[in-house]
Write a protein that binds this ligand. Structure first.
Ligand code: TRH
Length: 377
């Protein structure tokens, strides 16, 4: 792996192909869909989004037809990525999302171009320090005249930054909810200690909004039925799956947002509200290193006592602990909410200063030399 020589040599790279393989849930589709929208809306690019499971994307784009080979949605050409990949020409820029392995016929189409495409592997978001050394590195293909670059989203200026939509809605200040009960938006995996959290909420009346799928099932297995439920003072409402902009708006209104995975985790930070992250569990607890790396950054500017409170509740939410321990962590977190709401706004401002991922991708590609860098470097 090498760092590429960077120069501004290319004419604008207009056509983009994004490849998305749905591993599970919504994160893969969510990231690719938002990136595609941003490339079209903000950068005026011509984008094809190749996705192997259009049904998953339909949750994010309700007008999508799931059995169409190709269709237009919000200015994006959404293409089904079938097992037998069709003959096509390769785009100027190829985004391989999360190392999803491009189809061999498409690799051949890339190699057949007179100028090889900019080929980027869009990596998973991580706050771990090592990504700074790997962001932008080149990896020549073993047999074809193609070079792939690794592109890491992240929380520092030396990373690829975060996907930030700059629409009026995304930057609007949330309406004042004074007089309303505090709201808790719940989007988590099935193994979250939901029952323990509900019992920890105490005497404050919370309005709890539960997303469908695993969060709703966690509630259903506790209370039975599909909701709504009443638990002590708390009203628990079962939400439908919201379109992305509506979900972002919900997060901006939340007193506390519980989010998961990768993309809702980013949306919660951009919403500028206190949040808890249910991280995607990995083998050998590798996710706990990612969680700790994020907490190191997120709490760096907090007073020691507040930093301790945040670490304690994030860890309690993500590791097997007793209900009593979770309740104690929640109690401290709840008491610190005014200070943590101010911190969430500071962190939101930090996120707004980071590179915007789609702009960083466009810039990176434009600055690559136009030949095959493995040969010209
Ligand atoms: O759904 P997730 O768990 O997705 C992913 C995948 O599991 C992936 O394989 C894994 O690698 C990754 O997590 C870490 O969580 P995530 O990333 O938060 O994606 C959810 C998407 O769905 C996000 O774009 C927000 C969106 N969303 C809505 O648009 N409306 C909704 O109502 C909800 C609840 C979510």
């Amino acid at each position: 792996l090498t760092s590429p020589p960077m120069q501004r040599t290319r004419p604008p790279l207009q056509s983009w192909d994004i490849f998305c393989r749905v591993i599970d849930n919504y994160g893969d589709a969510g990231v690719c869909w938002r990136l595609a929208r941003q490339l079209v809306r903000v950068h005026g690019k011509s984008v094809r989004l190749w996705i192997d499971q259009p049904a998953t994307l339909r949750a994010l784009c309700p007008t999508l037809v799931t059995d169409a080979a190709r269709q237009q949605q919000e200015g994006i050409t959404v293409c089904h990525w079938p097992a037998q990949f069709p003959a096509t020409t390769a785009a100027d820029v190829v985004i391989e999302a999360f190392a999803c392995d491009l189809p061999p016929p498409y690799l051949q189409a890339m190699a057949a171009r007179s100028t090889p495409p900019c080929w980027l592997n869009l990596e998973y978001l991580s706050a771990e320090p090592w990504i700074a050394d790997c962001h932008g590195l080149a990896s020549p293909h073993p047999s074809l005249p193609l070079t792939k670059y690794f592109f890491f989203p992240g929380f520092t200026a030396s990373s690829g930054g975060l996907l930030r939509e700059n629409t009026a809605a995304a930057t609007a200040t949330a309406a004042n909810s004074t007089g309303q009960p505090p709201s808790l938006n719940l989007f988590c995996y099935a193994n979250a200690p939901v029952a323990a959290l509900l019992n920890a909420l105490g005497n404050t009346s919370w309005r709890i909004n539960v997303s469908p799928g695993q969060p709703r099932q966690a509630l259903g297995s506790h209370f039975g039925g599909d909701g709504p439920w009443q638990h002590g003072h708390h009203h628990i409402n079962a939400l439908p799956f919201l379109a992305p902009d509506a979900y972002d708006a919900l997060l901006r209104q939340g007193t506390v947002n519980i989010v998961r995975g990768e993309d809702s985790f980013v949306r919660a930070q951009l919403a500028g509200r206190p949040f808890l992250w249910h991280i995607y569990p990995q083998a050998d607890n590798a996710h706990l290193d990612k969680l700790t790396a994020f907490l190191d950054l997120y709490t760096a500017d907090l007073a020691a006592e507040l930093a301790h409170i945040v670490r304690a509740i994030f860890l309690a939410w993500n590791t097997p602990v007793t209900a009593a321990h979770l309740a104690a962590c929640w109690h401290d977190f709840h008491a610190a909410l005014p200070a943590l709401a101010a911190h969430a706004r500071c962190w939101q401002a930090h996120c707004q200063q980071l590179p915007e991922l789609s702009a960083a991708l466009v810039d990176f590609c434009q600055r690559l030399p136009s030949g095959h860098p493995g040969l010209t470097a």
